[in-house]
Design a protein around this ligand. Sequence first.
Ligand code: NAD
Length: 504
Amino acid sequence: MQTGMNLASLLDALGVDLARHEGGDLQAVSPIDGAVMARLRADSAAATEQKIARAQAAFEAWRMVPAPRRGELVRLFGDELRAHKEELGRLVTMEAGKILQEGLGEVQEMIDICDFAVGLSRQLYGLTIASERPGHRMMETWHPLGVVGVISAFNFPVAVWSWNAALAFVCGNSVVWKPSEKTPLTAIATQALFERAMRRFGNDAPDGLSELVIGGREAGQALVDDPRVPLVSATGSTRMGKAVAQRCASRLARSILELGGNNAMIVAPSADLELATRAIVFSAAGTAGQRCTTLRRLFVHESVHEQLVPRLKKAFASLPVGNPLEAGTLVGPLVDAAAFAGMQAALSAARGQGGEVTGGERVSVPGCGDGFYVRPALAEMPAQSGIMHQETFAPILYIVRYRELSEAIAWNNAVPQGLSSSIFTNDLREAEAFLASSGSDCGIANVNIGPSGAEIGGAFGGEKETGGGRESGSDAWKAYMRRATNTINYSRALPLAQGISFDA
Ligand code: NAD
């Protein structure tokens, strides 16, 4: 593979001792050219069990460390990420196939959530609440929860863990991470950087605070079923989320679910079409359509349709598709052959439902023989038909014309998923209607920005089949703690609540 920097020296710079993990049948394959980068050992059920036990013991020590001191560990980890941004970003590109700028952006997102969590470590506030009884005080305290299980997807192989882990650590929890079986190397490298931060931090970071379980679905299930794991945060397909939700519910454990999206944009008559075009191209074709927030459905007002759609066709036709490590490439490969087959099946369904498709064909990239590269596709549809209700994890943008804003908002909401959405308009009434309670039903609703590329300061997640979870900023930290309501009686009487008299 033409990586620019050889894998061994990259892993070495990241502090990874690959020999510790090699020798099994789990293959780390690069989507760039289909080459096998490493053959790794998956953790056995017994090893997973031991890792959870270590994490449980670590939690019991870690919860006693003051939160601002816990924040210091996350600060040191953020330093490691800053120092190794180039190497980790490059490894993300090699293992997940996203372009180098996005690989680096993913590591930047990790740095940003570390900064957020450091500040948060001094702000884990509870409330005081007016008591109805004289001489009493009522308050709410937030305590560490326990072992947090994190299951992550291939397309954000390291950032998603950090959104969860940075918060979980400052909240006083330990973390057991089951990364995607498609991206084990980036997980091993991230764990190595975290261990480096732990060594710099000193003795009060207990062994087992961060554990990594390498394996497939069964390894994820072991985490989901373990009674020592009170919270499972799972990112991936809706099918996975339904399985995880049911198993967590059967033992009454908590879950945070970050599942599939099917995100739309409305382009209204007053939209700035120049801005809208740029936003559409990035949101629909960036990361080769493999973001949960990728723009998949575009509703264009009939008055601007003739101006916008030819621009999009031109932009899509000239997008540089190629090796994601090379400067100038904007669209890298799909993750594997199955993703390519899924895209082709969706395009033929779109044609069958009256769609006119441009693009979507396989692109041959010199030196990247077995990589699955495609020209991002536009599918002009007569209406929002069946195929548009599914998330196909590939760069396909369906376009439908609309007349009334109310119908476009109804279409925005008419799919099973509810992650992200946006409107391009300069009309204040339209923008507010889109954001109102009768507007977009998604967890993210934007004006004059595409649906993808969220900042870490806001809570991230979506409704309906996207799973309802929230991660990252705002008060998402509360999901990683348990709340206790405390009432303190500092009087010499014992008045009962609700005025009950119970004198024996
Ligand atoms: P996937 O569902 O195939 O796998 C995700 C993870 O779940 C992997 O680690 C996998 O091993 C594990 N897993 C699968 N079945 C499981 C089970 N029954 N029990 C426990 N663990 C199980 O998803 P993928 O192909 O890696 O990622 C793409 C999907 O992820 C898309 O649908 C995308 O929208 C979604 N995604 C969502 C978000 C979000 O924040 N909403 C972010 C990134 C990706």
